[in-house]
Design a protein around this ligand. Structure first.
Ligand code: NAP
Ligand code: GCO
Length: 264
């Protein structure tokens, strides 16, 4: 029987005090998983713990910068001590810097690559050995429209998310024989703090031009919500997707299929 249950599973969702990570961890908890999450600062972890408690979820929160390999190794050891081996990993933590490429410093470029591409490598590398020992696991990398498309001012982010698509496929290739499935979720434009600057009302009260642009580029004619990502994530975290590997599941309302609404 097809099962979407996560009963008895331990899930780590990185950067999940709020935003997309928080929604995915909530979905996993509702499907029966035990939740571990991290954030960079204690006050954010505390904020996240309070939010999970409000939903009746007994999550475990840890302070960890996912770009620091020693902190990640300690995080994985702490989770295994507290909850048991990690069965599901979501590499969700991410940043974006919207700067024209020729005005971006090499350090700014490196910072985005570090969080959005190097960190998923570091965290996956830390978790895979115990997944192999335990007969398998699920890794879900949070990719992006920018895994497929470019746009002005997001060169570092697109390079990272394009690389993350191929890291996903390579983990699937290298560890599939150990019953590890590694897939990606490619969200469209989702209403979270990360995209808040693109949705700000203009001084005259009109919608941000980018807000109108995205709505015209989306067949669903709306921004996505974090709730739109919950079902696809549970599918990829559950045994229902045991023969899905190396796939990027775009949850974008149809953006990648659509040339865009013609101006009236
Ligand atoms: P968000 O609201 O900015 O949340 C990002 C989370 O990652 C925050 O909790 C942040 O913590 C954490 N984080 C950042 N750097 C970290 C680090 N070095 N170590 C640990 N945690 C770190 O972003 P979001 O919109 O929820 O996006 C989550 C993921 O989805 C990202 O990978 C993003 O690229 C991707 N995505 C977003 C959209 C969208 O439209 N929103 C679409 C496609 C893909 P702090 O608050 O401490 O920085
Ligand atoms: C941007 C947005 C996008 C979204 C997302 C789209 O500035 O274009 O932040 O990058 O965050 O990645 O899938």
């Amino acid at each position: 029987m097809v099962s979407f249950s996560l009963e008895g599973k331990v899930a780590l969702v990185t950067g999940a005090s709020y935003g997309i990570g928080f929604a995915l961890a909530t979905a996993f908890a509702e499907a029966g998983a035990k939740i571990a999450f991290n954030d960079i600062r204690q006050e954010l972890v505390d904020k996240g713990l309070a939010s999970y408690r409000e939903k009746g979820i007994d999550a475990r929160g840890y302070v960890c910068d996912v770009t620091k390999e020693d902190q990640v190794q300690a995080l994985v050891a702490d989770i295994e001590r507290d909850l048991g081996p990690i069965n599901i990993l979501v590499n969700n933590a991410g940043i974006i810097k919207r700067i024209p490429m020729t005005e971006m410093t090499a350090d700014e470029f490196r910072q985005v690559i570090d969080v959005d591409l190097n960190a998923p490598f570091i965290v996956s590398k830390a978790v895979i050995p115990s997944m192999i020992r335990n007969g398998g696991g699920k890794i879900i990398n949070i990719c992006s429209m920018m895994s497929e498309l470019g746009r002005e001012t997001v060169s570092a982010y697109a390079a990272a998310k394009g690389g993350l698509k191929m890291l996903t496929r390579n983990i699937a290739s290298e560890y599939g024989e150990y019953n590890i499935q590694c897939n990606g979720i490619g969200p469209g434009y989702i209403a979270t703090p990360q995209t808040a600057p693109l949705r700000e009302r203009q001084p005259d009260g009109s919608r941000h031009p980018f807000d109108s642009f995205i709505v015209a580029k989306t067949p669903a004619a709306r921004w996505g919500t974090t709730e739109d990502l919950m079902g696809p994530a549970v599918f990829l975290a559950s045994s229902a997707s045991d023969f899905v590997n190396g796939h990027i599941l775009y949850v974008d309302g149809g953006i990648l299929a659509y040339i865009g609404k013609q101006p009236k």
